[in-house]
Structures are given as C-alpha cells and as structure tokens.
Design a protein around this ligand. Structure first.
Ligand SMILES: NC(=O)c1ccc[n+]([C@@H]2O[C@H](COP(=O)([O-])OP(=O)(O)OC[C@H]3O[C@@H](n4cnc5c(N)ncnc54)[C@H](O)[C@@H]3O)[C@@H](O)[C@H]2O)c1
Ligand SMILES: C[C@@H](O)[C@H](N)C(=O)O
Length: 370
C-alpha cells in the first residue's frame, strides 16, 4: 500500500511538473520487477551494482569535468563515461572518449540521451559560478535552478544515481565560519549560493519523497593546473599559480587576509568517486561537507615564494568578490564524511603548491618544446 501511494504521488508530481509526463513515470516504474524500486522509500542501489555504471557528466568542459571523466573512465571503462556540454570540446577531449552536446535546459534532449545511452549515474556539473552569477542573475537562475529541476525529474523518472556538487558558497554571513558544520543556518547572499541551497534541499526532498539516490558534496574552492576555473570567487588562487610561473607577478582581487577552504583537484575528484561508490546504507546524510586545507592569498604567496622568491604580488580588491568571500566559511567541518564513507584529504597547502608548480612548469616546458 505505501508503495502504491508513493507511486501515485510520483505520477501526480510528474503530471504537474513542467516537462514530465505521467506515461514516462509509469514506464519507468514498469521497467523493474518491484514497483518500489524507483520511487519507494527503500532507497535501492539504483545502478546495476554488478556491472559498471554508465555515467553522464553535464557541464563537463568546465574546470572539473574533464578530470572527473578521466578518473571515472579509468575505473569503469572509456565508453561508460560520457562527457557533455554546450560548448565545442578541444581536440584532445573529443578524441579521449565519448562526448555529446547536451543543454540541461532542453529536457527532451537530456531525456533522450539518458534513455538512448542507458545512463545509470548522472554527475551534474553544469552551473554558473559565484562571480559570473552576480553579473548575470537571470542566467544563474535559469541554469542553476531551472536546469536542476530538469535534471532531478529525469533522474527520478529513470532511477539514476544523481550527484550534484554544492559549495562553500551555500553558506552565508550568518553561518558559523570556522568551521562551518554540516547542519547550520544557510542564508547565502549570492544567487549562486541560493541556487546551491535550493539544489541541496530539492535533492534531499526527492530522495525522501521518491527514493532518488541523490548525493551531494559541498566542495571547497578547487585548485587545478591543467583546467581553468569558470568564474568564481576562488579563481584568484589558480590564476596566481599560472602568473607566478609565467610572469613572476600577479594582481590579486581579494584582500591578503581572506581565508577560504580550498582543495587540490585530485582530492576533489577522488572524493566524488568514493562518495558515488559508497553503499547507500552507509550514507546517514545526502549532503556532506568535505574539507582539505584553508589559506589566505598571503599564505599562498608565502608558500609560492619558497620556490619562486622573486614573485611580486599587488592587491586590487574587487568589492563584489570581497563581499562574497567575506560571507563564506574559512573551513568546513567534515567529520560526517570521514565517519560515513571514509573521506580523508591528501593535499595540504605545501603539497598542493609543490604539485601545482610541478604540473604547470612541466606543461609550460612541453608547450615550449612543440
Ligand atoms: N570549481 C570549483 O571551485 C567548485 C567549487 C564548488 C563547487 N563547484 C561546483 O562543481 C560543478 C563544476 O564546477 P566547474 O568549476 O567545473 O564549473 P565551470 O564553470 O568551470 O563549468 C561549468 C560548465 O557548465 C556548462 N554549462 C553552462 N550552461 C549550461 C547548460 N545550459 N547546459 C549544459 N552545460 C552548461 C559550461 O559550458 C561549463 O563548461 C559546478 O556545479 C560548481 O558549482 C565547483
Ligand atoms: C567555491 C566555488 O563554488 C567556486 N569556485 C566559486 O568561487 O564560485
């Protein structure tokens, strides 16, 4: 009886949703032997557990997607991980594995991709980040909120495991800052932060209401050598590395004492894979903080100057970005992730700097050699 009620609820929901049809929900529920499988409260393993999952990554050409695809392809096989975006991929990405165009605002196209490719896991990376979002609120609302609604509906209809990253930006000036706990006041003052709190809450709602296998990590600012950040408040840190190696000088747009949580990309992508693979029954929560290191621009400069003593930094503070950063936490409390699925970061600031400098210098030498 509860199963039928839930299924009816799901059908009702799908019928009233903007682009869902009752028929599709019924077909999705018919595709499995137990009708509770997709929409019940039993929180099943929604991917074929004995097989490799078939993964779709949206927004895959940003700072994180290509690296995640590489990691997942190593684990699940090249053809089991499809990158997608609305931009044309560079040649090396195009030739390294399946890539398709997918606009998350086009739910029909998205649905076709999921069905035609037998997708079982969806990693939803498409987003408009904090700085770009404050410049274009309408775009951020559309991509981060309307786009998310499309993703949630399709994931629920087709019984997908859905990963949506959240961020330190989901906290605000009234949240505890050092560290920010898993559960606390979340009143962000950016459209990016508001959309991410919305994503956390909607995903958890779909999990409790329909049994969607929703999984969400709050990422710190991510530092990467071979992919560029896409318009966030933490971008300064990545830019400083490149400028330090290439020109020896950098103008920083945040105050020198602005402390923010940061993470090297390898830690972030490993966390994502480990969390995606964690058995559903070990997850006492559906949204977790993950933490690695925290530093200020001044800390980063000091660490960089150990290897590049001539590095010159000037400060030209952007008031919009500074206000965003001042409302974000300085560190995240990640004890629940450690306890439930064994999370542990590997890169502290000195290891992160050493690794970034090695990658950027090697990349530059290779570029010069060709
Ligand atoms: N990079 C970080 O420091 C960081 C930190 C916390 C959370 N996150 C989250 O991780 C995810 C990935 O971040 P990222 O740094 O790779 O972002 P990014 O800005 O570099 O990339 C986002 C991608 O989304 C794509 N996109 C935009 N509109 C789209 C649409 N309508 N349909 C499909 N794709 C569209 C863009 O083309 C872009 O390639 C985001 O959700 C972001 O909020 C990132
Ligand atoms: C922190 C994160 O969400 C992103 N790098 C931003 O600054 O917007």
């Amino acid at each position: 009886m509860p199963v039928m009620q839930l299924l009816r609820g799901a059908v009702k929901h799908a019928g009233s949703g903007p682009r869902c049809s009752v028929q599709r929900v019924i077909s999705a529920a018919r595709g499995v032997s137990s009708s509770s499988r997709h929409f019940g409260r039993t929180h099943p393993q929604s991917c074929a557990d004995t097989d490799h999952p078939k993964v779709l990554i949206t927004g895959g050409l940003g700072q994180l997607g290509v690296g995640l695809a590489k990691l997942l392809r190593r684990r699940f096989g090249k053809n089991n991980v499809i990158l997608s975006d609305i931009r044309k991929p560079p040649n090396h990405v195009y030739h390294n594995g399946p890539f398709i165009f997918s606009d998350i605002l086009d739910s029909k196209n998205l649905r076709e991709i999921v069905v035609n490719n037998n997708i079982s896991w969806l990693v939803h990376y498409s987003a408009v980040l904090s700085a770009v979002g404050e410049n274009n609120v309408a775009l951020a609302k559309e991509v981060n909120i309307t786009g998310l609604h499309n993703i949630l509906d399709i994931a629920a209809e087709h019984g997908l495991r859905l990963f949506v990253p959240s961020t330190i930006g989901a906290f605000g000036p009234s949240s505890p800052r050092d560290p920010a706990p898993e559960l606390c006041v979340q009143r962000p003052r950016t459209i990016y932060g508001v959309s991410k709190v919305h994503a956390e809450l909607m995903g958890e709602y779909y999990h409790h209401r329909y049994g969607l296998d929703f999984r969400c990590l709050r990422y710190p600012g991510i530092i990467s050598a071979d992919s560029q950040p896409g318009g966030g408040t933490t971008d300064y840190a990545v830019q400083m590395f490149h400028a330090a190696v290439k020109t020896g000088c950098f103008e920083c747009n945040l105050r020198s004492d602005t402390r923010l949580p940061m993470m090297y990309i390898d830690d972030c992508l490993r966390a994502t894979l480990e969390f995606l693979e964690a058995p559903a029954e070990s997850l006492l929560s559906r949204t977790y903080n993950i933490n690695a290191t925290s530093f200020t621009p001044h800390d980063l400069v000091r660490e960089l100057q150990k290897a590049l003593p001539g590095l010159k930094i000037t400060y030209n503070v952007d008031p919009v970005l500074q206000a965003i950063a001042d409302g974000w936490p300085m560190a995240l409390e990640d004890g629940a992730a450690q306890r439930d699925w064994g999370w542990k970061h590997e890169y502290d600031l000195s290891e992160l700097v050493r690794t970034m400098l090695t990658h950027i210098s090697t990349g530059n030498q290779l570029a010069q050699a060709y």
